[in-house]
Design a protein around this ligand. Structure first.
Ligand code: SF4
Length: 310
């Protein structure tokens, strides 16, 4: 079992070396827009979901081969469900001074124990996409014990206790949470949480549910202006940076698309190959049935046929 993926070019973080703490697909939510498929284990119960020693051993080995901009704790689900995430953070600190990021849906910070475990990170990136309870339920299909009020209180509490940066992500879905009423209701809640940045995002990869549709750039711009100077639209820096490690066998490619759907240009840059070389590999893997393709917003993404098996 490999717990380390990438580095992959991240739209928000540069070159990101991922640590996958959570087995597919264990999450507190089952979001319409999820890139890693439907949640099969919806839970709010933390546990030692992956072995800390083995994660750190694999990370140490990978760090000898690459120099990422950040190490991102994430996974095919919600990373704060890992009950030993604090040991992983302190273990990473002993290996490297690379910044540690937690990519989270922010749903468990009402729990003091969960907040305490993440305080050693440099940057926490939670999601808050609606101030309206019914819309929150529609978008995230959360575990039955979670409430929007509880989650917002947890995020405010986190802000008071956490010394690092918080970049709050707002996922905007066309026809669901992009109305004037929605964004007007969300703005004061975000102001109370006081994130350093508000990152506006939309559906850029094939979602778990096809009703999750992207906003157009005009509406994204309008919402950015409304949220003010801390708001930014997350730009796809996809093909700007990569590991430049040549991989012509397809192993690295399969590992990347097992985590999330990618375009050929994303793969090419991460693998240090030309788009033509990647297309040749993709063709072979399609024929063998190891990859499948999906059109999304006029672009072609490839994903692993092993993704759904978990
Ligand atoms: S998008 Fe994130 S929070 Fe939502 S279901 Fe997928 S892994 Fe969970």
């Amino acid at each position: 079992m490999s717990y380390i993926f990438g580095p992959v070019p991240s739209r928000r973080l540069g070159l990101s070396l991922g640590v996958d703490l959570i087995p597919h697909k264990t999450c507190t939510f089952d979001c319409l827009y999820c890139e890693v498929g439907r949640t099969t284990n919806r839970t709010i119960t933390s546990g030692p979901l992956a072995p800390v020693d083995e994660i750190l051993r694999q990370l140490d080995k990978r760090l000898m081969e690459c120099r990422p901009d950040v190490i991102t704790l994430a996974g095919a689900g919600e990373p704060t469900l890992h009950s030993e995430i604090h040991h992983i953070i302190s273990g990473i600190r002993e290996l490297t001074d690379t910044r540690i990021v937690i990519l989270t849906n922010g749903s468990l910070f009402w729990d003091e124990a969960v907040r305490q475990r993440v305080l050693g990170a440099d940057l926490i990136m939670p999601t808050l996409s609606s101030a309206v309870s019914s819309t929150f339920q529609t978008i995230h299909r959360p575990h039955g014990d979670l409430t929007l009020d509880g989650i917002v209180d947890g995020l405010k509490q986190l802000r008071m206790e956490f010394r690092g940066l918080i970049y709050l992500e707002v996922i905007l879905l066309s026809g669901i949470n992009d109305t004037d009423e929605e964004v007007r209701a969300l703005k004061p809640l975000i102001q109370e949480i006081q994130p350093e940045k508000i990152q506006l995002n939309t559906v850029v990869r094939p979602p778990a549910d096809l009703c999750a549709k992207a906003l157009d750039s005009t509406r994204l711009e309008e919402i950015k202006l409304f949220f003010g100077e801390r708001a930014e639209i997350v730009v796809d820096i996809g093909a700007e940076k990569g590991t430049k490690t040549r991989d012509t066998k397809g192993d690295g490619l399969l590992e990347m698309v097992r985590r999330r759907p990618l375009r050929t240009k994303d793969m090419a840059n991460s693998l240090g190959l030309t788009v033509g070389e990647v297309e040749a590999m993709v063709k072979g893997l399609l024929i063998k049935g190891r990859l499948r393709r999906q059109d999304h917003s006029g672009e072609i993404f490839y994903m692993s046929n092993e993704m759904d098996r978990g």
